[in-house]
Design a binder for this molecule. Structure first.
Ligand SMILES: *Cc1c(COP(=O)(O)O)cnc(C)c1O
Length: 386
C-alpha cells in the first residue's frame, strides 16, 4: 500500500509508513539495525540516509505511522516522552520566556519545566485548565510562549476543552501543546481540535506492551517541525531502531486495544463507584464525572485509566495497592497487563509538597486487557481486605 491518506484509522495504524520490503516482498519492513549508510560516492545518499542520528528507515516508518494517526504534517520519534518534551520546549523557549501548564500535569513534565528549565531562566505558572479565565489570566502578553495541556490528566482524570484552550492560546500567539498519552490518537486527536503539537510517551498505549520506552511529537505546522527536527538531529535524543520497531508493532493493534481497555475500565469504574470503601472514582466514562460530557464530545471512548480515592485515607490506599495480584504494583501504564500505582510515593513523588501534589488517599489503576471477571474479583478482594 503506498498512500493511506484516505483510509480509516485502523487501516492507517497498520499500513502508514509500513510498505512491504520491495527487495524481498517481506510483509514487515526490515528492522534497520545500522548506525551508518554506504554512500555512492561522496554525498551520494540512498534515500537520504547518512547516519542514524539524522535518520533511520525504521524510525522513519514509525514517524510516518504517527503522523498519519494524529493527522499531523510530520512526527518525530524520541528516546523517551521526556526527551520529546525537552526538545520541543528547548526549540521554542529562550531565557525570560514563560509557560502556562495545568495543575495536574504529568509529574515529570512539571519537574522538567520547573527544575530544569527554571534553572535556565524559564518561568511557569500552574493553573486549573478547566477554568478558562484562570488560563487567560495567567498568560503574560510579553513573555508567555507555550500553553501545555494534558487531558485526561494524570492521575485525577480531569478533562479540559482542547478546542477552547487552543482558541484562547492562539489569540495570545502561543504554541498550544497537548500531551495525548492517556487517550492515544485512537480516542482523541488534538490537532483536529486546533492544537499545534501533540506529545506522546509512546512507552504507554502506543507501544502498549510495557517493553519499550519512547516518545514522540506530532506537528500541525511544517516550519515548527523543521525547527524541532533540526534540534533532534543536533542534540541527538532519537529513538533507536529496535525501540522504533517495537513501537510500530504495538501501534498496529492500538485501536482494538483501546476499545477493550475502555470497556474493561468502564465496567470496573461502575463497580468501584458502588463500593462503600471507595470515596471517589475518577473516570470520565462515569456520568457523575464533572468532565463526562466534554469527554464524550472530544473522545471516541474514555480510556483505560481510573483513579480512586479511598475512604480509609492514606493507609487504605497503600494497603489496597499492595493487596491486588492481577493488578501488579508498578509505575507506568498503557500496557496489556493491569497495573496499580500509589501516585504520591511512586509516579508523582517528584511533585510531593508542590501545588501539583496528589491526594494521599488516591490509587491509580491502569486497566489492562485481562478478563474483566478476573479484574473485578481482584479489586473486590483487595477492597474487602481494607
Ligand atoms: C509517562 C508519561 C510521560 C513521560 O514519558 P517517558 O516516556 O516516561 O519519558 C509524559 N506524559 C505522560 C502523560 C506520561 O504518562
Amino acid at each position: 500500500m503506498t498512500s493511506t491518506d484516505d483510509h480509516g484509522f485502523a487501516t492507517r495504524a497498520i499500513h502508514a509508513g509500513q510498505d512491504f520490503d520491495p527487495t524481498t516482498g517481506a510483509v514487515i519492513p526490515p528492522l534497520y539495525l545500522t548506525s551508518t549508510f554506504v554512500q555512492d560516492g561522496i554525498g551520494g545518499l540512498r534515500g537520504g540516509y547518512e547516519y542514524s542520528r539524522g535518520g533511520n528507515p525504521t524510525r522513519t516508518g514509525l514517524e510516518e505511522q504517527l503522523a498519519a494517526l494524529e493527522g499531523g504534517v510530520r512526527a518525530l520519534s524520541f528516546a523517551s516522552g521526556l526527551a520529546a518534551e525537552d526538545a520541543l520546549l528547548r526549540g521554542i523557549l529562550k531565557p525570560g520566556d514563560h509557560v502556562v501548564l495545568g495543575n495536574d500535569a504529568y509529574g515529570g513534565t512539571y519537574r522538567l519545566i520547573a527544575r530544569v528549565f527554571g534553572a535556565w531562566g524559564i518561568e511557569h505558572t500552574v493553573v486549573d485548565l478547566s477554568d478558562l479565565d484562570a488560563v487567560t489570566g495567567a498568560i503574560r502578553a510579553e513573555s508567555t510562549r507555550v500553553l501545555w495541556v494534558e487531558t485526561p490528566s494524570n492521575p485525577l482524570m480531569k478533562i479540559t476543552d482542547i478546542r477552547a484552550l487552543a482558541d484562547a492560546g492562539h489569540e495570545a500567539g502561543l504554541t498550544v501543546v497537548v500531551d495525548n498519552t492517556f487517550a492515544s490518537p485512537a480516542l482523541q486527536q488534538p490537532l483536529s481540535l486546533g492544537a499545534d503539537v501533540v506529545v506522546h510517551s509512546t512507552t504507554k498505549y502506543l507501544g502498549g506492551h510495557s517493553d519499550v520506552v519512547g516518545g514522540a511529537l506530532v506537528f500541525a505546522d511544517a516550519e515548527l517541525a523543521e525547527k524541532i527536527g533540526f534540534l533532534q538531529f543536533a542534540a541527538g535524543a532519537v529513538s533507536g531502531p529496535l525501540d522504533a520497531w517495537l513501537t510500530t508493532r504495538g501501534i498496529k493493534t492500538l485501536q482494538v486495544r483501546m476499545q477493550r481497555h475502555s470497556e474493561n475500565a468502564q465496567r470496573l469504574a461502575e463497580y468501584l463507584s458502588t463500593h462503600d470503601a471507595v470515596e471517589t472514582v475518577y473516570y470520565p466514562g462515569l456520568e457523575s464525572h464533572p468532565g463526562h460530557e466534554l469527554a464524550a464530545s472530544q473522545m471516541v471512548a474514555f480510556g483505560g485509566m481510573i483513579s480512586l480515592g479511598l475512604r480509609g485515607g492514606e493507609a487504605a490506599a497503600r494497603k489496597f495497592a499492595e493487596s491486588t495480584s492481577v493488578f501488579q504494583l508498578a509505575e507506568s501504564l498503557g500496557g496489556v497487563e493491569s497495573l496499580v500505582n500509589y501516585p504520591s510515593e511512586m509516579t508523582h513523588a517528584s511533585v510531593k509538597g508542590t501545588e501539583l501534589a496528589v491526594p494521599e488517599n488516591v490509587v491509580r489503576l491502569s486497566v489492562g486487557l485481562e478478563d474483566i471477571d478476573d479484574l473485578l474479583a481482584d479489586v473486590k478482594q483487595a477492597l474487602a481486605a481494607l
